[in-house]
Design a protein around this ligand. Structure first.
Ligand SMILES: C[S@@+](CC[C@H](N)C(=O)[O-])C[C@H]1O[C@@H](n2cnc3c(N)ncnc32)[C@H](O)[C@@H]1O
Length: 325
């Protein structure tokens, strides 16, 4: 019951309504099997505790633990940190953020996008209330050194420790599953504790949902003619990648699949071209399959599809175009 999807929650979330009480927010990013999340919920019964995870098996394991313990002040969200921070949380709303052992493959440099990097850290800081805490733990020395440099170059944060990190932090109360494995192998763990100070920081606004894209057009073409000219195409614009995939023809609609990757969210969506024979019109819209969210990237993809459809025949006329231009 506590497990939620970032893709389906409102942007931003009204956390007080979701938990049924307005209480300080505590966030854990990448909670794994959830021991630390449970510990946070038990240690802070007067806070609302939120965990973010991308791995479904972790969400399942943690959900079991939360249900067994009947904890009511914790929710688990299937979402990347990058997506949740920009879409779900408003600026200056979180009192503690915990990141335990992120990016275990850091040393292998296989192109994995790191959690600790400038843009994500700046967003994290913008979500902390002034005085709020950011805690990080890692067993990888290079990750600790890189994070230390990044944190030291963040004017909105003060290190609350006497050294850039410590190798023991007994006040954490428990060891996480990953931490226990690292300690058993004789690895050193590195713990950070930084506090958001009173300096003004960039307060990146929540990226909210847009209205549904919608184009109405008239064309002498039928679905067979449209399908015959359809090509899978890639569009890259800045940090947005739009990939048109398969197209399917039904009796009264075409369904066109698209993969859309934006800096904060990746979606696989379907556009529908539906015919309205009585009006001699066609409508291009987003299918509701898979709970798509109308983002700027989705509007851009709809505009590209619309332009392609209109360009297929010189007599095509656009009757209505509801798009973010
Ligand atoms: C090495 S594990 C550590 C798990 C747990 N914190 C522990 O200490 O036992 C890292 C976890 O972070 C999750 N993760 C990785 N990237 C993430 C992201 N961008 N947003 C949310 N979770 C992420 C992974 O699925 C994985 O469960």
């Amino acid at each position: 019951m506590q497990k939620l999807s970032g893709q389906q929650l409102p942007w931003p979330v009204d956390w007080a309504a979701l938990f049924g009480a307005a209480r300080p927010l505590i966030l854990e990013i990448g909670f794994g099997h959830g021991q630390y999340l449970v510990h946070l919920a038990q240690r802070h019964p007067d806070s609302n505790v939120i965990g973010l995870e991308v791995a479904s098996r972790c969400l399942q394991a943690a959900e079991g633990a939360v249900e067994r313990l009947r904890l009511t002040n914790v929710r688990m969200i299937h979402a990347t940190a990058e997506m949740a921070l920009r879409h779900l949380f408003e600026p200056e709303t979180i009192s503690q953020i915990h990141i335990n052992f992120p990016d275990p493959w850091f040393k292998q440099k296989h192109g994995h996008r790191r959690l600790m990097q400038r843009d994500t850290l700046d967003t994290l800081v913008s979500r902390l209330v002034p005085g709020g805490m950011l805690y990080l733990a890692t067993d990888i020395y290079e990750y600790a050194a890189m994070s230390s440099e990044l944190l030291a170059g963040t004017p909105g944060l003060n290190n609350t420790l006497a050294t850039p990190w410590v190798t023991m932090m007994p006040e954490r109360g428990i060891t996480t599953r990953y931490e226990a494995k690292a300690l058993k192998l004789g690895e050193t763990c590195h713990y950070f504790a930084h506090q958001r100070n009173m300096r003004p920081v960039s307060l990146f606004p929540v990226i909210e949902e847009l209205s549904m894209p919608h184009i109405v057009f008239q064309t002498p073409l039928d679905f067979n003619a449209m399908m015959a000219q359809y090509k899978q195409l890639d569009h890259i614009e800045g940090e947005t990648i739009i990939r048109f995939l398969n197209a399917y023809q039904g009796r009264s609609a075409l369904l066109l699949e698209a993969y859309i990757k934006e800096p904060t969210i990746e979606q696989r969506v379907a556009f529908l071209v539906a015919s309205r024979p009585e009006a001699g019109e066609f409508t291009l819209k987003l299918s509701s399959l898979g709970h798509p969210r109308p983002t700027a990237g989705v509007h851009r993809a709809a505009a590209l599809l619309g332009d392609w459809l209109v360009g297929l025949h010189p007599e095509t006329r656009v009757l209505a175009r509801k798009l973010l231009e």
